[in-house]
Design a protein around this ligand. Structure first.
Ligand code: UT7
Length: 325
């Protein structure tokens, strides 16, 4: 039976120029390179320049993704930006990216699911394309987390970085089997009982300020592996694949120990896992497309390869996407 699938046409990414190492951080807060590497796997992160906005990062990533897709901005009729660090409270950062690209038709909006934002964005775009409402979507994950960090809190400021990544999706008629190209299954979840474990302590509707990121890292860690494993299992079950059939595992990059835990539980061999964490830190909604971009540039994303993406973030929110390249 013919069905519409969202086929990934291209990927792109952008990192701000300034690189901040763990040693640089140890001059700001009471920390060491040794502690950060051992507990997280992070060695460096990129920080947006003064005046460089989330939309600037997202635009640069989007341009690259379009170029590699062989498409023009006018071919895109849906722009989704996953971000927790929008340029402004409104309008949506996606609308600014749409405008920067010179697109005047279609729709653009932001998705707010923090670190799971890119997975939520892909799932949203996929449903619009499958419903026939749009033909080609640009899904961007872009963040300037450096702007919402408390640079005096060593338990959080060492973990995050800035950056952006993007993919172009195109609606294509496929056969309806699991051998199809494109997005094969998505799962998104959320549970607000855990709000106080990872949040920003400000906002226009409460404090009228931007606020700073607050996290009970140990508790978030405790939930991460099982929640992520659960949604991965569901996407595999829906498609009838087993974890050993995955060609590339592109997880959200929060902590090397979480990634190891999931990989062990799934029994995915280490060479299939994409790890960008050590040089980028946790870039929230940007981390999956940044990792996908790096894998693509290294020739690790093969035509027809089965790609698994997953994330978990504030809310809690969590989700997984299984796609064939
Ligand atoms: O993407 C969103 C999802 N977020 C995550 O997935 C984050 C999940 N959590 C984590 O990655 C880890 O919990 C952290 C990396 C945040 C923390 O690692 P941990 O092994 O859970 O450490 P901890 O919070 O239990 O802290 C251990 C010790 C504490 O000292 P005491 O109380 O044992 O004396 C901290 O004060 O390490 C101390 N510590 C630090 N020491 C040096 C905390 N941060 C630092 C630091 N440098 N930057």
């Amino acid at each position: 039976m013919a069905v519409i699938r969202s086929v990934i046409k291209g990927v792109g990414a952008y990192l701000p120029k300034r690189r901040m190492t763990n040693d640089d951080l140890s001059k700001i807060v009471d920390t060491t390179d040794e502690w950060i590497v051992e507990r997280t796997g992070i060695r460096a992160r990129h920080i947006a320049a003064e005046g460089e906005r989330t939309s600037d990062l997202g635009y640069a990533a989007a341009r690259k993704a379009l170029e590699r897709s062989g498409l023009e901005p006018r071919d895109i009729d849906l722009v989704i930006c996953a971000t927790a660090t929008p340029d402004r409270t409104f309008p949506a950062t996606a609308v600014r990216i749409q405008h920067m690209l010179g697109i005047e038709h279609g729709a653009a909006f932001d998705v707010q699911a923090v670190c799971s934002g890119f997975v939520f964005g892909l799932a949203t775009a996929d449903n619009f394309l499958k419903a026939g409402q749009f033909k080609r979507a640009l899904v961007v994950g872009a963040e300037t987390f450096s702007r919402i960090l408390d640079w005096q809190d060593r338990t959080t400021c060492v973990l995050f970085g800035d950056g952006a990544g993007a993919v172009v999706l195109e609606a294509q008629a496929q056969t309806g089997t699991r051998e199809d190209r494109g997005i094969l299954a998505t799962r998104i979840r959320s549970d607000g009982r855990y709000e106080d474990l990872l949040y920003v302590d400000g906002g226009p509707g409460s404090t009228r300020t931007t606020g700073h990121l607050r996290m009970n890292g140990r508790e978030v860690f405790r939930h991460a592996v099982n929640k992520i494993y659960g949604v991965i299992e569901e996407t595999l079950h829906e498609t009838g694949y087993t974890a050993d059939e995955i060609d590339l595992f592109v997880p959200h990059q929060a902590n090397a120990r979480i990634l190891d835990g999931i990989a062990k539980k799934l029994k995915v061999s280490p060479e299939k896992i994409v790890m960008t964490l050590s040089q980028q830190g946790n870039t929230s909604a940007a981390s999956i497309p940044l990792a996908l971009n790096e894998a693509w540039e290294q020739g690790r994303v093969k035509e027809n390869g089965l790609v698994l993406m997953e994330a978990m973030g504030g809310g809690f929110t969590w989700g997984a996407v299984l796609a064939r390249w």
